[in-house]
Design a protein around this ligand. Sequence first.
Ligand SMILES: [Zn+2]
Length: 469
Amino acid sequence: MSNSEACDLLLKSGSVVTVDEDRRVIEPGSVAVRGNRIVAVGPDDELNHYEPVRTIDCSGRAVIPGLIDTHNHLFQGLARGLGEGMPLWTWLTDFMWPFSTNITPDEARIGALLGAVEAARAGTTAVVDNHYAPTDLDTTLAVAGAIETVGLRGAVARGIMGEATEVARRFNLAGALFQYSNDEEIEITDAAIDAYPPGGLVGVWPAPVNVIYNDQDLVRRSVELARKRGTGWHTHCSERKEDPPTYVDEYGIRPVEWLYREGLLGPEATLAHGIYLDDDEIAHVGETETGIAYCPISHEYIGLGVMRLRDLRASNAPVGLGTDGPCCNHRQDMFECMKQAILLQRVHSLEPTVSNGEEAMELATLEGARYLGVDVGSLEPGKLADIVVVDLEQPHLTPRHRTVAALAYSARGSDVIYNIVDGRIIYENGHCTLVDERAIMEEAQRRSEELIARAGLEPLLQPWRTDLI
Ligand SMILES: [Zn+2]
């Protein structure tokens, strides 16, 4: 054929959910990839002239943009299943802080590897990993390396505690996690960015762990560093109902109001949760296009509250979805997150029209990409080739009438059969292609047992707890 065009990969005859500007769903459709970019998307007959190195038959399968997990703590994988039924501060002081202050660099690395494998298998192509223990330079780089080794895209948002504040002391948080001076925190983060500079598959971002108990000047310096180095920055913000009043008590101003007045909000800012924002704060994040990570399952699990999804979306803030780590979700399944993102809004508003499958898909893909600041999130020529193929020939996905509804409500991470990041297949035939999953699981089990013993968390291991209700 005279007009034939070469490409590396052709995904053919699938139900292609593009999430492009026209929100086209092309059935049957094809996606052509050359190098790390998508070169064509359309009905099968329009892409007939492509001569691919490899063709994947996608009949009976959905082809969707890669799912973006906007807030995670991969290292928590080693404590999955523990810490059940505790209020947030007790969960932090009696479980998460002992866990976090005892975890070694090797344990954090294997936890991150395990989490990255789990995410890749479930169709996550990019992850913002808020890594806060341990945060020495070597461990930070090892965690970035773990994500890179599995083949995911993403950012290690390096948790910054700095010098303990009055608020941290009041809530018994001050302790071993506040181990570095403010200067050291900035220096280590800067050095980590040197090793993983912007533009690569995995980057490093400054991440003051929580605006509520981080030092204000340290938050300022973290944002300055992000701007100087051209990275994003990340923090937990207003996840508990008490957070804004606590901040007002201490500083005389609401936290997001303060960030806005200081000029710290902007497209490079990403706030996890943002549940308790008032009308002015929502207007500020919208005006500045500050990203918000909506983590419905952790909001439900810890009983935090319901994010103002409709108001935030109306404000133009990029709202992505996050799993929020294996300790308050227990699974890294963005399909489950999509479903819960919708259902939580409905049960709160008592209104079934408040959100839908189409919106959940947008949050998990296009909006996540805005939040991340990377050219992914839809299947369009020119975009980076982060693509997921989902097996639809399953009893729980039959009969098929609306592919988007099937994906948002019926599909689960284990239905993913291909995960492609940056044009490279990182998961197929039931296995991650770049790492030895079995060896990772075995090491994770062994190291987790050692860590639980060292951290004194055995009381959390009773097979059947009677002290919960
Ligand atoms: Zn979190």
